[in-house]
Design a protein around this ligand. Structure first.
Ligand code: BYC
Length: 481
């Protein structure tokens, strides 16, 4: 591949804009991790063999031209290390160090916490590649197949980003953690990925679009808070990762758009709500997939109250979403927040879904989850507009925060998507009304017949409104092997 760069030197073994050649030890350490990464990619990455794929590759972090497009043979893809430009005057924006210069090194007292945050972030990136590895075989079009590869190579690059931080700033422990990131595997019984959602399957393309809409969006919000970090290298790397993340969410948003669009078309053509058997995904099945992916993604924000997050904030390690737009003292020592909680009736002892007031610091996971939830409403609005314009009366909606939760205040109870509490036995009996059943999953999988011909598309999904980088939908995005 010939890539002409201003920001990074693609003749180097590891393209980077961090002057890797000036630190031989670090360079050697990363060069010895590189073959392990490539081995992991070959054994745990995309399974569909290709000649080449039309991909964007990061070449420069600047405002213009950070990405270059071209057909790339997968074995030649170059994962690089890119941090957003340094702002020499940057100050800590929150917590007890607010106003002090940001850190270029890891302060000893925060080493363990920072390493933990970076490891958790790093663990999700290869996990998602593992979850999506078999999807190429059933891609609904070459356009979608290309997007899948794009998402996968960028998740691989995000792993590189975290591994760079671990190697450069956390010594031997960091190098050991970098190895572990390749050893844990999504869904493995012995050594699973750290966070719940990353051990779930992504067996079909409806799941993939829901995952890139809901779970990648958690990535957007978590990276947004780490971008505020006083540890400047973490902040700078997250800033650049966020640019790549935007494409992943576009894939999810428009992917669900197109599934809904096609379902509406088939409903109208046949004047029927029952499109199972007509080659489209029924709206109730779309709703169930949405319920599942949204609820497991809500779990990714941790507990409604958390002393971990309070400590991260006070120490300056992890801020809030759009920290500098918040109109408060950015320290929050005497503020409070209402968070979702189970309230106990003093007389009967019965627990019910309610709210409670806690210190703003321990409620920061709730603050971030709320930002996320209101962003997710945007998807619901656009999908309902498609239903409305198609003349269909049904609507999609986000389930209640207490629905299907495994982490946080509602982990111990069961609730319907409307937020009505249910006895465990009734939940067991009725959960198939709200979450995909084996029958639903089998049906969705039966639709997943590959369409690998240029310009063609599977029958269960509408084509995209536009292609990639100004190219038409029928462009030869992928050459299969
Ligand atoms: N599953 O104090 P709490 C992305 C643990 S996605 C399993 O409330 P905290 C991407 C927790 O570790 C973004 N365990 O947690 C998307 C704690 O354990 P310990 C990834 C969980 O720390 C798509 C205990 O429960 N980045 O980038 O306040 C494709 C008590 O919890 C889970 C980050 O997450 C769970 N879901 O908040 C590719 C950012 N949740 O301490 C990529 C870094 C909690 O008792 N991580 N636990 O052993 C963090 O900021 C926080 O660690 C968390 C949890 C938000 C994850």
């Amino acid at each position: 591949m010939t890539v002409h760069t201003t920001g990074a030197d693609y003749t180097e073994k590891i393209p980077n804009n961090v002057n890797l050649h000036e630190d031989r030890r670090l360079q050697r350490a990363l060069e010895s991790w590189q073959p392990n990464f490539l081995h992991w990619w070959q054994t745990m990455g995309p399974t569909l063999p290709t000649q080449d794929v039309y991909l964007r590759t990061a070449v420069n972090v600047g405002r213009d031209g950070w990405a270059q497009f071209g057909h790339v043979a997968m074995p030649e893809y170059r994962w690089g290390i890119f941090l957003a430009e340094r702002d020499p005057g940057r100050k800590v924006g929150f917590g007890e160090h607010k106003g002090e210069p940001v850190w270029d090194k890891v302060p000893g007292e925060y080493r363990a916490e920072l390493q933990r945050l970076i490891v958790i972030q790093g663990d999700t990136e290869p996990a998602s590649v593992e979850q999506q590895r078999n999807l190429g075989a059933t891609a609904p079009s070459l356009y979608d197949l290309r997007n899948l590869f794009q998402v996968n190579v960028e998740e691989g690059r995000h792993l590189w980003a975290m591994v760079y931080l671990l190697h450069a700033y956390f010594g031997r422990e960091g190098r050991e953690e970098a190895e572990e990131l390749l050893h844990r595997n999504s869904g493995s019984l012995d050594s699973p990925r750290i966070l719940g959602a990353f051990n779930e399957e992504t067996p079909d393309w409806l799941s993939f679009y829901m995952f890139t809409y809901f779970t990648d969006r958690d990535g957007k919000y978590q990276l947004g808070t780490l971008k505020e970090s006083a540890f400047d290298p973490l902040s700078r790397t997250c800033e650049f990762m966020l640019k790549e993340e935007a494409h992943h969410m576009m894939v999810g948003t428009t992917g669900v758009d197109r599934v809904v669009q096609r379902t509406v078309e088939v409903m109208r053509e046949h004047d029927s709500d029952d499109v199972a058997g007509l080659g489209a995904v029924p709206l109730p099945v779309i709703q169930k997939y949405l319920n599942f992916h949204y609820s497991v993604s809500l779990d990714l924000f941790g507990g409604e109250t958390s002393t971990n997050v309070a400590n991260y904030y006070t120490a300056g390690l992890k801020g809030r979403w759009l920290e500098d737009r918040r109109k408060d003292d950015h320290q929050l020592a005497s503020d409070s927040i209402m968070v979702d909680a189970l309230s106990e009736n003093a007389i009967t002892g019965e627990q019910s879904i309610g709210q409670t007031e806690v210190s703003a610091l321990v409620g920061l996971n709730t603050d971030l989850r709320r930002e996320y939830i209101s962003d997710c409403q945007g998807g619901i609005k656009r999908w309902n507009r498609i239903l409305e314009e198609g003349g269909v009366k049904q609507r999609l909606k986000l389930p209640h925060v207490a629905f299907n939760r495994k982490v946080g205040a509602f982990a111990s109870i069961e609730a319907t998507p409307d937020g009505e509490q249910l006895p465990a036995a009734e939940w067991q009996r009725r959960q198939g009304e709200w979450l995909p059943t084996d029958v639903d999953k089998t049906y969705v999988r039966s639709l997943m017949q590959p369409v690998h011909q240029r310009g063609k598309i599977a029958a269960w999904i509408a084509p995209p409104r536009s292609g990639i980088n100004g190219k038409p939908f029928d462009y030869d995005y992928v050459h299969l092997a």
